[in-house]
Design a protein around this ligand. Structure first.
Ligand code: ADE
Length: 333
């Protein structure tokens, strides 16, 4: 007998195959929709390729994760976190790499991201040695604006560093790599320092604890509270901001040791100093961000969704906060 007609599924399926849907959504993309080019990034559990959409000729950065490796190294939570954070930021107009779609095949997961044509901020710092003050000021301001938007949505990046700050074709910055991010629960969005609790009512508390014990960001930018108590707070990103402002101006991050352990020791003792000639306003701002007690860092007690105490710091004098994202960035030199 001829095959009986399939009954329409009770619930419309995501790829639009099911009947009864008012409109067929666009088919899920596959790896065959792209031509994969050179490797433009490498993480501990992923590789990023430059890729071209064969239908539109548009360029993307596609992050590819091997499922086997994700499972073996228990990174599933990180991958999910990155997808969730990027989805929450998709409609934010400036400051972040965008996640356009995801798909998978038997072996791999794919994240289709906007391609930041000018790559990482780090080589620019290393090339010029240190940024001119107006350049450092501009990129610090773009970073503050991005942190405001991220933190307003309850997203803590936790691994901010010049390798994770990308530059688009107009040289505006885009924060990337949310694989280490933490998304605060709505009830933790205000009362910041309550963010860290036992989580004992959560069914996954054991797994969560394990993850907490294993996560530390990049040594040079990691905050003292993350090192000491694995505390999740937006203030950790402000610590990293202090480190990055210091680095843009002096050429190197403030806390550097011959190995991670000694770098951590320096961070915990706030053992760093300013090179001669470091501008006074910049020094004052960095000193107010690199404060061991995260509840006393500049910005943490600001009300609303802007870091007004950071915006109003004398270092940012001359910055028009409403125009930063639209203006032409000063040339890096
Ligand atoms: N490296 C990692 N992600 C990237 C992106 N989205 N654009 C350019 N380079 C990258």
């Amino acid at each position: 007998a001829a095959a009986a007609a399939q009954p329409a599924p009770a619930v419309p399926v995501a790829d639009g195959v099911g009947g009864g849907m008012p409109k067929t959504p666009p088919a899920k993309r596959t790896a065959k929709d792209f031509i994969f080019g050179k490797v433009i990034g490498d993480g501990c559990y992923s590789t990023v390729y430059l890729a071209k959409d064969i239908h539109t000729q548009k360029e993307y950065a596609i992050k590819v994760c091997e499922k086997r490796q994700i499972i073996k190294e228990k990174k599933g939570e990180y991958v999910k976190r990155e997808k969730d954070a990027l989805n929450m930021l998709f409609n934010v107009p400036h400051g972040f790499v965008k996640l356009f779609c995801t798909f998978q095949d038997r072996e791999r997961l794919y994240f289709v991201l906007s391609y930041a044509k000018n790559g990482e901020l780090l080589p620019y710092i290393n090339k010029v040695g240190s940024f001119e003050l107006n350049v450092a000021k501009f990129y610090a301001a773009e970073l503050v604006l991005a942190l405001e938007k991220m933190h307003a949505r309850g997203i803590i990046h936790r691994d901010l560093k010049p390798e994770n700050i990308l530059l688009d074709e107009k040289m505006h910055l885009q924060i990337a790599d949310f694989g280490s991010s933490k998304i605060l629960r709505p009830q933790d969005l205000s009362g910041e320092h309550r963010a860290e609790r036992g989580d004992d009512d959560s069914p996954s508390s054991e797994r969560e604890r394990e993850r907490k014990m294993s996560f530390v960001g990049t040594a040079e930018y990691v905050s003292p509270e993350l090192l000491r108590h694995r505390e999740d707070t937006r203030a950790s990103d402000l610590w990293a901001l202090g480190c990055i402002i210091y680095q843009m101006i002096s050429g190197l991050p403030p806390f550097r040791g011959p190995n991670e352990f000694l770098t951590f020791q320096k961070i915990l003792k706030l053992d760093y100093d300013f090179p001669e000639g470091f501008p006074a306003d910049a020094k004052d701002l960095v000193e107010k961000l690199l404060v061991l007690d995260h509840t006393k860092r500049l910005g943490v007690n600001d009300k609303g969704d802007t870091y007004s105490s950071i915006r109003n710091h004398p270092f940012f004098e001359g910055i028009d906060w409403n125009k930063v994202s639209e203006q032409n960035p000063p040339k890096i030199s």
